[in-house]
Structure formats: C-alpha cells, structure tokens
Design a protein around this ligand. Structure first.
Ligand code: GDR
Length: 326
C-alpha cells in the first residue's frame, strides 16, 4: 500500500518541491488549499514541476479547525507536513493578527486535528531560523536560545514550541525542522533573492531599469529548497521525533548575493541599484548562520547545491520566463 502524505502550503515553493519528492517515492500526495470565492487554485509551481495532475487538492484552512478534522478524517495520512503559513516577514508588521492566526494558531489547529483524527500520523512543523532573530550565538544550532524580532518570528516560535509540547504531552511523532533561508526558481517575488534574480534578468532583457532595495548588509545562510525538503522527509523517517537545524553553514550579505546575480548577466549592479526605505524593516535580523551538524550526523543530510549554483539557476529560470513574455 502506498503511503499517504498531507501537505499544507502545497502551492508554495516548499510544498511544490516536497510533493515532487514524495511522488517520486511513491506516496499519494494530498495538498491542502484554502479556496476563496473568486479564485482558482494557484498551482503554477506544481505546473512548473509538471506534477499538477498528480497532487490531490483538498479544501481546508489552517484557521478553521473543523475543516482540518474533516480533511484528516477523509485522507487518513501517514505523514503530515505543515508548511502553510503567512511566511513573508515584512508583511507580518502590517498584518500581525492574520500572521498569528495562521502561522501560530494554525499549528495548534492541525496538531489538535491530528491528535483526534490521525494520532499515529508523523508530523512535520516548518520552523524557521527567524526564531533566532537577535542571535545569541555566532552559529545557531538546536540549543541556541531564541530571540524573535518580528510578529512572524514570534508566531513561528509558538508553532515550534507547541509542536515540542504535543510530542512530549501526547507522545506524538512530531518533529520541528528549523530551516534557514532556502530559495529556488519557485521562490515568491517578494523575497529578496527572487526579487534580485528576476530584476537582473529583466534589466538584461531591457524590461527594467532599476533595482530598489532595503538593507544590503543583512546576512543570510541561503540554501536550495530542493535540498531542504529532503531533510523534512528524512526527519519523518526516523524512529524518534526530534528538532533539527537545516542550513548550509555559509552566510552571505544581500549585497554579495546581488553581485553574484548581476555577474551572471554581465551587468554592474551599481548602475541600477538604489536604497528605498520602504523595504527596510522596523526590526531587522542582521545575520544568520546555521550549524546543521545534528542533521548531518543523525539524518545523513548534506546540502548538494552551492550558493553560486542556486543564484545562477534562479537567474537562468527568470531569463527563460521573461523571454516568453517578450
Ligand atoms: P527573510 O527573507 O526575512 O530572511 O525570511 P527575505 O528574503 O524577505 O529577506 C532577507 C533579508 O534581505 C533583506 N532585504 C530585503 N528583503 C526583501 N524581501 N526585499 C528587499 O528589497 C530587501 N532588501 C534587503 C531583508 O531585510 C532581510 O534581512 C525568509 C522567509 O522565507 C521566512 O518565511 C523564513 O522563515 C525565513 O526566510 C527563514
């Protein structure tokens, strides 16, 4: 019998790559989608990967407990991957209550639904390096204290701890993956890497003439989403649930990332770059650098795609997509 997985946030970057991985492994994959009255399912990422006909879409909403109970009763998953969230850090200052409802309380809702309807399902919570915020150690591991710096990060911290608590209280196989930034051609345009690779490609093709940015000095540990979804799956294959940092162990400034992207199209970013304060944040996370030793030792996980290869792939994909529009 094929194993069954339920993926929340299936239309996002990680949902798409994780679904692809699970389908390759022979799973039946169900994707939770919140439907609104005026829109079709936004499955462009699933289409990009050619798996839109293979993922079974089920309607539900992380803020609606009864919808989650219904879905789990129908799907009876062996594994639940909770990737759904309001995931844009900057937007969490504009919509802090929505962020708390989905990104924090949504985790409680799906854990409650799982406790009643699928108590033996294995559960993955998408936790975030943003929880380290104002970093308390130069390299962040599972034992580094948290110091969240945005409504988003505070909400993720709740999601992390309620997952740990349900594991300890109800003996659930619930794991939390503390993933550092991970990117790909399927990254949303609001995030910094994709904004930059898309703009570099657009300038190269004569479709744009400037790049307006926020804080260029911020440093991030950027990996490839395809590598990171493999770590999610590995966590749920372990005998015991646990928490794991997933990171590359390299950090780069936003400025350096811009240089790498523009070099790929033989342009000098200084000819186009300016700072627009509207992209600055009320409180910033200056630097993140992850220590994934535990994931390496216990899961056998190592990232395979380098930072340069990642940015290069993203610029390349944006050139392809934009050329189609000309
Ligand atoms: P982040 O990702 O907040 O780290 O969270 P993002 O790509 O939005 O920002 C990274 C850093 O770049 C700086 N920056 C800009 N960011 C954006 N979006 N736009 C700009 O113009 C810009 N200029 C500078 C930011 O200030 C920041 O320091 C991501 C999300 O995917 C979260 O959901 C996830 O949990 C974490 O990564 C790990």
């Amino acid at each position: 019998m094929a194993r069954t997985a339920l993926v929340t946030g299936v239309t996002g970057q990680d949902g798409a790559y994780l679904s692809q991985l699970l389908l390759e492994k022979g799973y039946e994959v169900y994707g939770l989608v919140r439907r609104s009255s005026h829109s079709e399912v936004d499955d462009h990422r699933l289409r990009w990967l050619g798996i839109h006909d293979d993922v079974r879409i089920v309607d539900g909403n992380l803020t609606d407990l009864s919808s989650l109970i219904r879905v789990l009763r129908e799907v009876k998953p062996d594994e639940i991957y909770n990737l759904g969230a309001q995931s844009f850090v900057k937007a969490s200052w504009d919509q802090p209550i929505v962020t708390a409802s989905v990104t924090a309380n949504g985790v409680l809702n799906i854990l409650e639904a799982a406790r009643f309807e699928a108590p033996s399902a294995r559960f993955y919570q998408a936790s975030s390096s943003e929880m380290y915020g104002l970093i308390q150690e130069p390299m962040q591991s599972e034992t580094t204290p948290f110091y969240p710096r945005s409504p988003y990060a505070v909400a993720k911290l709740y999601g992390h701890w309620i997952t740990v608590n349900y594991r300890e209280s109800f003996n659930m196989h619930a794991s939390s993956g503390i993933l550092f930034n991970h990117e790909s051609p399927l990254r949303g345009l609001e995030f910094v890497t994709r904004k930059v690779t898309r703009t570099a490609a657009a300038i190269k093709l004569g479709l744009a003439s400037k790049l307006e940015m926020g804080n260029l000095d911020a440093k991030r540990d950027w990996g490839h989403a395809k590598d990171y979804v493999r770590a999610m799956w590995l966590m749920l294959q372990q005998d015991k649930p646990d928490d794991y940092v997933v990171a590359t162990g390299e950090t780069h400034t936003v400025r350096h990332m811009i240089d790498v992207a523009f070099k790929r199209v033989d342009l000098n970013p200084d000819d186009y770059l300016s700072i627009n304060p509207k992209f600055l944040r009320p409180a910033e996370v200056d630097v993140l650098l992850g220590d994934a030793t535990k994931a390496r030792n216990q899961l056998g996980w190592t990232p395979e795609i380098s930072f340069e290869a990642l940015i290069s792939e993203m610029v390349e994909a944006d050139l392809v997509r934009l050329r189609r529009t000309i």
